[in-house]
Design a protein around this ligand. Structure first.
Ligand code: HAM
Length: 411
């Protein structure tokens, strides 16, 4: 887990704002769910999912309840839907931290942030297209261009079950030629063997049955419509039959946005898909669902790699320097802030020199300086700080009553 220090922290908020802007313009409203839930909410994600079997921050609280920090938000959204029964379609977005006990490395952390959307109650393939397009638009708004969209369909639950069985038979017939880790995966979830990043597994994965051969007519038609919709919107994508995603709840459409500048083991910037049985598994009515979550940590790494979406903390308009002992700074700072300006000041009765140093370091556009002479004359001195307005550092004395318009003019 990491600290996100200023100025980098400012990017996180800006990024959340951009995301909110993109999805609220498409009818999504923010949902806030708890960070801790009954562990049962997350075990419904599936017992073949490592996030659940190995990575949960699960503990007993003081009331003897088995709870867990959330490893993701989709299950919580479905739990909230089952609990509150809002009228579908329910279009929500969220932003916040998630927790998984993973081996931390660049792009993989034990506390990480996601922004995401979920829609409950819509079966239409055009909604899958809308969801995928919104993630794509978000990356575009950040200025990212080295992002690749891959899509696949896992078919209807029956198709998926028949495919999983065919994969099991195929991989079992290979025996020891499959790596030991993949044999362990096979026992739990044959689909995930397709995800293997181990070279000796590659030929056996290449010769494995293909999901497309198992689609029912309905699943084929749904996926065709998703592909056609992405083409209509001009969003470039690749169908990747080996894409399975790490969570068990997916049915039909799944997709991932890959950051081409990132290491392949951590290159998923975000992903999502349909999870039509999840609300039901959490005690609600049978309800189709679709959505995505985008990893903020990795998205920012990709921005750094591409040199886009730089960190821009808010610049101060003024820094108040008071050599009378501090009372003037108190009133002046309050007055300037009330006028909507971003203003800081020095404390602890520091010397003029020390205060000017702070003013410089603050990055403020001007220093507003007040001493006993200015108090007596009813004026203040406004000194542009070097580097902001070219080389000019000429200070001017202005009547105190003109201060606000004067600083506004400079900012
Ligand atoms: P996920 O693929 O587990 O899906 O996570 C989505 C994104 O969160 C990943 O692509 C990655 O960017 C980021 N992420 C995941 N784990 C970590 C980590 N340990 N460190 C840094 N970033 C990480 C879900 O969470 C699903 N709930 C997505 C979804 C929403 N499907 C349908 N609706």
């Amino acid at each position: 887990m990491r600290d996100i220090l200023p100025p980098d922290s400012a990017r996180w908020r800006t990024l959340h704002n951009i995301f909110a802007d993109v999805v609220e313009a498409a009818g999504y409203a923010e949902l806030k769910t708890p960070i801790i839930e009954d562990v049962g909410v997350f075990t419904r994600i599936g017992d073949a999912t490592e996030i659940v079997t190995k990575e949960l921050y699960e503990f007993e609280d003081r009331g003897g309840r088995r709870v867990s920090l959330r490893p993701e938000v989709t299950a919580s959204v479905c739990r909230a839907f089952a609990q509150h029964r809002p009228t579908p379609p329910w279009k929500v977005w969220y932003a916040g931290s998630n927790f998984r006990q993973e081996k931390a490395q660049r792009g993989r952390y034990r506390q990480f942030d996601q922004v995401g959307i979920e829609v409950l109650g819509v079966d239409d393939a055009d909604l899958d297209v809308e969801v995928i397009a919104l993630g794509w638009e978000f990356y575009r708004r950040l200025g990212l261009s080295r992002v690749k969209l891959i899509v696949n369909s896992l078919g209807e639950p029956d198709d998926r079950a028949r495919y999983v069985e065919a994969l099991r038979v195929h991989f079992e017939s290979i025996g020891d030629a499959l790596t030991e880790q993949s044999r362990a995966t096979l026992a739990k979830n044959p689909l995930r063997v397709l995800d293997s990043k181990r070279e000796p597994d590659f030929p056996h994965i290449a010769s494995a049955p293909k999901i497309a051969d198992f689609y029912s007519d309905a699943a084929r038609a749904h996926f065709d419509r998703v592909e056609a919709g992405l083409e209509v919107l001009g969003i470039p994508f690749e169908v990747e039959p080996k894409l399975v995603r790490g969570l068990d709840y997916y049915r039909r459409t799944i997709f991932e946005y890959q950051g081409l500048t990132l290491d392949s083991a951590q290159n998923a910037l975000g992903g999502g898909g349909r999870y039509d049985g999840l609300v039901e598994a959490l005690g609600g009515p049978s309800t189709p669902g679709t959505g995505f979550a985008l990893g903020i940590d990795r998205t920012l790494l990709a921005c750094d790699d591409e040199g886009v979406f730089a960190s821009l903390p808010r610049q101060l308009d003024a820094f108040v320097v008071d050599t009378t002992g501090g009372a003037e700074a108190l009133a002046l700072t309050a007055e300037l802030r009330a006028a909507g300006l971003a203003v800081d000041r020095a404390f602890d009765g520091r010397s003029m020199k020390a205060q000017m140093k702070l003013a410089n370091r603050s990055g403020a556009k001007v220093a507003v300086i007040v001493g006993t002479n200015e108090v007596d004359a009813g004026t203040v001195v406004v000194k542009p700080m070097s580097g902001v307005h070219g080389e000019s550092t000429d200070q001017v004395t202005v009547p105190r009553s003109d201060l606000i318009p004067h600083v506004k003019e400079q900012s």
